[in-house]
Design a protein around this ligand. Structure first.
Ligand code: COA
Length: 127
């Protein structure tokens, strides 16, 4: 069974804005594996491929919102560790993660804001 028949995930544009700079890159979108194929390493393989391809393409970071136990395995760190908060009203901060892919991605942002593509809906937490 090929990977794309069992799992789905999308990569969408995302921006980290701060007092000093604006950095555009990619966010891993909703990920799901067909129930009968779960717990066989499919999602893990997909995440590793996304990281590898994004890094090779010169993307500066990857963002994701998801289960902490799952994504921290692949080098994702809480976005708050980078000084970055998401902009979705009512969503917790501790499910948002970032992974730096390039040395040029700063280790810390001043008032960093993670802004997803508008297809994810309103992001007026700090408006
Ligand atoms: C989460 C999901 C994508 C994982 O896919 P998968 O192919 O089964 O994942 P893998 O086999 O690569 O990895 C399984 C690991 O993920 C962990 N995991 C799976 N679901 C989890 C969850 N809801 N919370 C925390 N960890 C989870 C498991 O503990 C497992 O770890 P183990 O192998 O040490 O036991 C899949 O369970 C799914 O589609 N769930 C429904 C949709 C969903 O919740 N998507 C949001 C993803 S953040």
């Amino acid at each position: 069974m090929m990977l794309w028949q069992t799992a789905i995930s999308i990569a969408l544009s995302v921006v980290v804005r701060s007092d000093q700079r604006e950095t555009c890159s990619l966010a891993i979108g909703p990920m799901a594996v067909m129930p009968s194929f779960q717990r066989q390493g499919v999602a893990s393989q997909l995440v590793r491929v996304i990281i590898e391809r994004a890094e090779a393409a010169g993307e500066s970071f990857l963002a994701v919102a998801g289960h902490p136990e799952f994504y921290t395995r692949f080098g994702f760190q809480p976005s708050l560790d980078f000084g970055v908060q998401h902009c979705f009203e009512g969503m917790p901060d501790d499910v948002f993660f970032l992974q730096s892919l390039q040395k040029t991605f700063p280790g810390h942002f001043a008032n960093g804001r993670l802004v997803y593509s508008s297809v994810f809906g309103r992001q007026d937490r700090f408006a």
